[in-house]
Write a protein that binds this ligand. Structure first.
Ligand code: UD1
Length: 380
């Protein structure tokens, strides 16, 4: 009987779903040995994100199979959420006895999945390893650091990741520069967003024309959990919307804080700031691809705008993805109102960054990852 590797893939939050889709597809496609699958993948959803628009819609649009297990942990304090995932996921690992656990990104589900596997002596693969913001006020920075230090395969998306990891003493032989798996999904979906009819649907629904609007996304605790910062940011957006419409899909965390801080009425009254619920992947890509520019505090979006060649402003003091600044279209502008307005004026006067694609952001990252796992697992 040929050898077969049982692999558990862990996902929990919206960006995880986008990253896991091409990998699962690639495992399915991998050459079979006399009709005997060499990989058996088991998808585990921790339930960190649970709203239809934050979770299920991505499974539907990206053809991700239904999770074999849904741990249903939901939202909670970080320690509690991480702990709940660990308790439930340990049971899954003990039952399934996988040969490998794959985690993606930097969310609480990433760390919880990796920690359980490592404690059970199950090898761990981390996709999107090596990113560092060097900002320990960000919950994601701990998730990245700790996951990388217990992982056996570190699949790096930004070339700086190799330097970061080796500087931390991680052996070079565990590190693989494979490119950016999010771009695999982006490239898979590009034909849909190039389809004029499909693209115009969401633009028409929102009553906007190509290049006559900007997209805004905002969800980081450092921006939305602080009333003063949130007010400063929205007073900048209030100025900007005098020149160009801004479409803002509101993340649940931001929605909650806007309500708590009593800012809802003020924000809703800003005429050209169009608030909409979270939207699906094809719609956000279509909107970004036709926008004049994007303002965001997300990491993944700075990568997507780099490939779409759309100028992007990151409203944070740092980024763990420097290649989007060095090569791509991203500029880190912080949260100061005047700086944000200044940079936007540059874009509006035609001086936005054009950018290039980083190496291996070519839609073939999942292929490279599966090949490496295959070579190593079968060499054992
Ligand atoms: C999480 C990740 C962040 C990632 C983001 C993508 C961590 C530490 N953070 O942040 O890195 O960029 O996902 O979206 O893992 N909520 C809902 N419905 C949902 C999910 C969340 O209403 O389906 C609300 C809850 O009130 C919850 C809050 O949003 O308390 C925050 O959710 P949580 O998963 O803790 O963190 P995110 O801010 O989404």
């Amino acid at each position: 009987m040929p050898k077969r590797t049982k692999i558990i893939c862990v996902v929990g939050a919206r960006p995880n779903f986008i990253k896991i889709a091409p990998l699962l597809e690639e495992f399915e496609k991998y050459p079979q040995f006399k009709k005997y699958p060499q990989f058996k993948t088991i998808l585990v959803h921790t339930g960190q994100h649970y709203d239809f628009k934050m979770s299920k819609v991505f499974f539907k649009d990206l053809n991700i199979p239904n999770p074999y297990y849904n741990l249903g942990v939901g939202s909670d304090l970080h320690g509690t959420q991480t702990g709940k995932i660990m308790i439930a996921f340990e049971k899954v690992c003990l039952k399934e006895k996988p040969q490998l656990v794959i985690v993606v990104g930097d969310v609480n589900s990433t760390l919880a999945g990796a920690l359980v596997a490592a404690k059970l002596q199950i090898p761990v693969a981390h996709i999107e390893a090596g990113l560092r913001s060097f900002d320990r006020t960000m919950p994601e920075e701990f998730n990245r650091l700790l996951t990388d230090h217990i992982a056996d395969y570190l699949f790096v998306s930004d070339p700086i990741g190799i330097t970061n990891l080796t500087n931390e003493g991680i052996p070079r032989k565990k590190i693989f520069y494979v490119g950016n798996i999010m771009i695999d999904t982006l490239k898979n979906q590009l034909p849909k967003i190039k389809n004029a009819k499909q693209k115009l649907k969401i633009l028409n629904q929102l009553n906007v024309k190509p290049k006559e609007y900007a997209i805004l996304t905002l969800h980081r605790p450092s921006n939305v959990d602080n009333k003063k910062t949130l007010k400063e940011l929205f007073s900048a957006f209030k100025e900007i919307q005098k020149q160009i419409k801004i479409i803002y899909p509101v993340h649940p965390r931001a929605k909650k804080r806007i309500q708590e801080f009593g800012l809802e009425k003020w924000i809703k009254n800003i005429k050209n700031l169009i608030l909409i619920p979270p939207i699906n992947y094809i719609d956000i890509l279509s909107l970004m691809a036709s926008s004049k520019f994007v303002i965001t505090d997300s990491g993944g979006i700075t990568e997507e705008t780099t490939i779409l060649k759309i100028p992007c402003l990151t409203i944070r003091e740092n980024t763990e993805r420097p290649v989007t600044v060095g090569i791509g279209t991203n500029i880190v502008v912080g949260t100061n109102k005047n700086r944000i307005i200044r940079e936007i004026n540059k874009i509006l006067s035609g001086r936005g960054k054009k950018g290039k694609s980083p190496k291996y952001w070519d839609g073939k990252t999942a292929q490279r990852i599966v090949k490496i796992i295959h070579q190593h697992e079968y060499a054992k």
